[in-house]
Ligand binder design. Sequence first.
Ligand code: MEV
Length: 335
Amino acid sequence: MKKSITVSAPGKLMLLGEHAVVYGRPCIVTAVNQRMKATVELTDEPVFELNAPDVQVLDYKKPMSELGQGDIPKGAKFVEIAVKNFFSTPEVKKMRLHLGGVAVATASEFSSKFGFGSSSASTVCVVKALFELFKDDLAYKQGLRVDLKKSIFEIALKTVLDIQGKGSGFDVAVAVYGGTLYFVTGGKVIELLHIDSLPLIVGYSGIKADTVTLINQVLEKDQDVVGDIYTNIGKLVEQAKPALLSKDWSSLGKLMNEDQKLLENLGVSIKKLDDMILAAQNAGAYGAKLSGAGGGDCMIALAPDDKTQAVKDGITAAGGQVIEIETNAEGVKAE
Ligand code: MEV
């Protein structure tokens, strides 16, 4: 049996459909080429160990029998619960695979502040690594469970929901499958959209946002109004899908602008994001909007080649930081 493996998973950017996707509507998300890496090692002592310097977790240790118990540092939660959930999965439990320990070290190519989904990417890495380490023993290898990606998605989604309580799972799906996805809540639909380019510019607001806080903030509003907004966001996503597939950037940009208006009506945009978005629109972008939960994190703009520099300059002048990324990156993989 292999003792150690390194895997990586991409970060993500929501293109359209945030918030509404938590409540049964579709969204479109793309994987970015900045990746989370995890090295997972099987050890003899039944101890869980984690080093995740990006989130200030150093030499964190506890007995495997206590996984998920007691006070868990914020930066350790996703990895620890992912390990626990992997070993509690019926097909894994049946095999009584490993009585020793697991040591994990994570390292990210992107800051956890950006809202690129570092928690879900590290969760996906750990589940993928454990499946790879045990793959010769597992029932799925013997034909009982053939869809490895689906198994990874399910365990990672359960992990994120165990910790956050809320979420659509779009970030988990794109970390697993990569590319650009049309996704419906909980993975009811996960459809790969075959595109080879997307002229996207990303601006970081400098403000860290918390997804669950933003979701709860929207829950305090009149739910009839919110429901109508979600329905309209869902309609925009349905129109955006063919626009994206046919590279009709002008139509896609208009849909992004409309989505931004709806997100403003939901109350999740903030002045800094509004300023950066307006600057991008004024500099000639096809469209611009916030990306993710709102309240901070990043905005995105879709721009013609000859306007790219002007849009970047506009975002910077509005106080944002342009982040160079490529979209449509590969899903989780062994390094
Ligand atoms: C956060 O990046 C996007 C939300 O739609 C939450 C989710 O889909 O899990 C607000």
